[in-house]
Design a protein around this ligand. Structure first.
Ligand SMILES: Nc1ncnc2c1ncn2[C@@H]1O[C@H](COP(=O)(O)OP(=O)(O)OP(=O)(O)O)[C@@H](O)[C@H]1O
Length: 233
């Protein structure tokens, strides 16, 4: 069953008197538990698409169904509720609270969702149980990103959206983070969508959406995606 259906989405931004078309008739579907990678050059519309899926921006035209609900028809308060309950965000720069330790950074979202996991469970899932008392300043980039993934997952969201999650990490650490995100999709049946410049991860995705100048260039599906540790970087 399709969890996400994006139908003929257009997004225009108004810049002064000029209109910039960031997305131009974009359509695709994603199933629950799929690990999807969105690839495309700078300025092609990847973040715009992710922001629309996350209820952080509105379409100009078209429809976006998430579990049969058309979020393009939602008002601001419905979108706020949708973001709070249904979406886990992972960003390039972690957005952790510096005065809280790893455990507390995850715990703050523990009771938001309907069937949230515990902060301890999620820190264990990302391999950080031993370091849960550490504050962000004492953690490496890869560890910080693992805390932010644990935080994104803790409220048990329907959808995990990641914008360049390895952009600030070295290649080896980046591969571990991608491996974790793939595991979250395949072992926890989470629908994970990752925007990245890194085309090397494509063979490990269930679905690859290639975007160029606001248009879908190609959608590639892999029935047996490579395990992330078999990907050549
Ligand atoms: N808030 C905005 N106002 C005006 N134009 C915008 C806005 N956000 C994005 N754009 C424009 O929309 C187009 C798509 O931008 P977007 O950030 O989605 O691309 P991207 O593929 O994520 O790029 P990058 O990889 O560099 O982050 C670009 O031409 C960009 O300048």
């Amino acid at each position: 069953m399709n969890m996400i259906e994006v139908k003929h989405v257009v997004k225009d931004y108004q810049v002064g008197k000029q209109s910039v078309r960031a997305l131009d008739d974009v359509s695709f579907t994603i199933k629950k538990g799929e690990f999807t990678v969105i690839l495309g050059p700078s300025g092609s519309g990847k973040s715009t698409l992710l922001n629309i899926l996350g209820g952080m921006d509105q379409v100009t035209e078209g429809e976006v169904f998430i579990e049969k609900r058309d979020i393009s028809q939602s008002n601001d308060s419905q979108l706020t509720e949708y973001r709070r309950k249904e979406i886990g965000f992972v960003f390039q720069f972690y957005n952790l609270i510096p005065t809280l330790n790893a455990y507390e950074n995850v715990e703050i979202v523990q009771n938001i969702g309907n069937h949230s996991f515990t902060a301890d469970d999620m820190l264990t899932a990302v391999g950080l149980a031993e370091r849960k008392k550490h504050f962000p300043e004492a953690l490496s980039g890869g560890e910080l990103q693992r805390v932010s993934i644990a935080r994104a997952l803790c409220k048990n969201p329907a959808l995990i959206l990641c914008d360049e999650p390895t952009g600030a990490l070295d290649t080896k650490t980046g591969q571990k983070i991608f491996s974790l995100l793939q595991k979250m999709a395949h072992d926890y049946q989470k629908t994970v969508i990752v925007v990245t410049h890194n085309a090397a991860v494509a063979p490990a995705a269930d679905k690859v959406i290639m975007i160029h100048d606001g248009q879908i260039q190609e959608v590639i599906e892999h029935s047996t995606p490579l395990p992330m540790d078999k990907v050549v970087w």
